[in-house]
Ligand binder design. Structure first.
Ligand SMILES: Cc1cc2nc3c(=O)[nH]c(=O)nc-3n(C[C@H](O)[C@H](O)[C@H](O)COP(=O)(O)O)c2cc1C
Length: 199
């Protein structure tokens, strides 16, 4: 399937087939794809937690507002978190990045202060979301990106000392009656002329 066809066919799944589980080899492939996500200066300020174990998934579902049922039905939940400790991040880049990247950070980002640095770190995690949703579609999986989660409760349940959960993605296989799937629902997007300029 071409990438355009994938873009037309992937959608936010609202109802999963609870009987269908994702094969562990597919989960392993997704984990490797996530690890390969690009980020500014190759900063990689993230943590991805994959939850297939149903009791832990149910505890997270219970603190996910209107998303609870989807998470319980889905095969897996993947929690995306951003490093929220600037000192820790600076140690990480000194360990992993070349001098030029560290110099870029020190000159361009560090002077902006902690709250701008944290916003920049979180932006990187959203790149991983786009990459992940496309990869999931390519692997024939259905998915639900969700900011509708109680981030502090997620952090507590998962025991993340240095990372703040930002959003989660439910993953699995759609229920045949999911009303949001292409064919039953029309994909709603702003017209190209309003959002794209070409010179
Ligand atoms: C960052 C982000 C957060 C979202 N949060 C939720 C959510 O909490 N629950 C939900 O059902 N859909 C959520 N969505 C799905 C969007 O509403 C959906 O992507 C949008 O309406 C476009 O529809 P489509 O994904 O079916 O093409 C979220 C999407 C994104 C990208």
């Amino acid at each position: 399937m071409s990438f355009l066809e994938l873009a037309k066919n992937r959608y936010t799944t609202k109802k999963y087939d609870a009987a269908k589980k994702i094969d562990p080899s597919v989960i392993a492939e997704l984990q490797e794809i996530l690890r390969l996500t690009p980020s500014s200066i190759n900063s990689q300020p993230w943590k991805f937690v994959f939850v297939g174990e149903s009791q832990l998934k149910a505890r997270l579902a219970a603190v996910s507002y209107f998303n609870e049922e989807k998470i319980n039905q889905a095969s897996h939940l993947v929690v995306f978190s951003g490093l929220d400790n600037v000192e820790q991040f600076e140690q990480q880049i000194h360990r992993h990045l070349p001098e030029g990247a560290v110099a870029y950070y020190n000159q361009m980002l560090k002077p902006l202060g902690d709250s701008s640095i944290k916003a920049w770190l979180n932006n990187q995690v959203y790149i991983a979301l786009g990459f992940f949703l496309s990869a999931a579609a390519h692997l024939g999986l259905d998915s639900t990106p969700m900011e509708g989660i109680q981030a502090a409760a997620y952090r507590e349940i998962l025991g993340l000392p240095h990372h703040q959960p930002l959003f989660a993605v439910a993953l699995g296989y759609r229920h045949p009656e999911d009303k949001n799937q292409p064919g039953l629902a029309v994909k709603s997007r702003i017209q190209p002329a309003d959002i794209i300029d070409t010179y």
